[in-house]
Design a protein around this ligand. Structure first.
Ligand code: ZN
Length: 209
């Protein structure tokens, strides 16, 4: 069980396509546990695999904390969502304020459908289908977007985006003070170089990016 560093804004991995998870093995189970640790450690309610540098269709979430606070109806609790498909969205379009562990301190209103139905595999690879609304639906839609390389910033107007410009620049430069471990921008760049230099060397272990 360990807390993994989170990838932040402008890291290319947040924009890349993800692949379906094909095999359920110990490595996957450990990754899921680590992702929960990472999410709870940063007081997040959802965390998608690209946010810890993995290009696979997996996210973890737990909307209970937030729904308790807002006295919304109970959510489904901690969920492991593998290879999800959105089956249906329904209800009114609602505006809610979102934030993202990869874009610390930036929050803004995003309009999304109120309800969502998804089909996915749980951590035992059983096919599940759930209907969610309120905050739980919001978290699902936000995390699902991460698997498509989409960030909540993409929904904001150019004007709204400009308001966040200086903060985004700080995150990109790695100069913003962040309360949880993140992948340092410079270091990430160096690791990519190292990866090329040492490619093929069995003795060289590449840390998680
Ligand atoms: Zn996010």
């Amino acid at each position: 069980m360990s807390v993994l560093p989170i990838v932040t804004y402008n890291d290319p991995v947040l924009r890349e396509k993800t692949k379906p998870v094909e095999e359920n093995n110990q490595e996957l189970q450990t990754l899921i546990d680590d992702m929960f640790d990472t999410m709870y450690n940063s007081q997040g309610v959802g965390l998608a695999a690209p946010q810890i540098g993995k290009k696979i269709q997996l996210f973890v979430m737990d909307a209970d904390g937030i729904t308790d606070e807002l006295e919304e109806e109970d959510s489904h609790g901690p969920l492991v969502i593998i290879n999800p498909k959105i089956v249906e969205t329904a209800g009114e379009k609602v505006k809610m304020e979102e934030g993202c562990l990869s874009i610390p301190d930036v929050r803004d209103d995003v309009v999304r459908p109120e309800k969502v139905t998804i089909e996915y595999l749980d951590r035992d690879f059983n096919t599940k289908r759930i209907e969610a609304e309120g905050w739980e639906s919001r978290v699902i839609q936000h995390e699902y977007d991460h698997l498509q390389g989409v960030l909540f910033l993409d929904y904001l107007s150019a004007f709204k985006k400009r308001l966040h410009k200086s903060l985004l620049k700080k995150i990109d430069k790695g100069t913003l003070q962040i309360e949880y471990p993140v992948v340092p921008k410079k270091w990430a760049g160096e690791m990519k170089t190292l990866r090329i230099v040492f490619m093929g060397s069995p003795d060289f272990a590449i840390p998680s990016l």
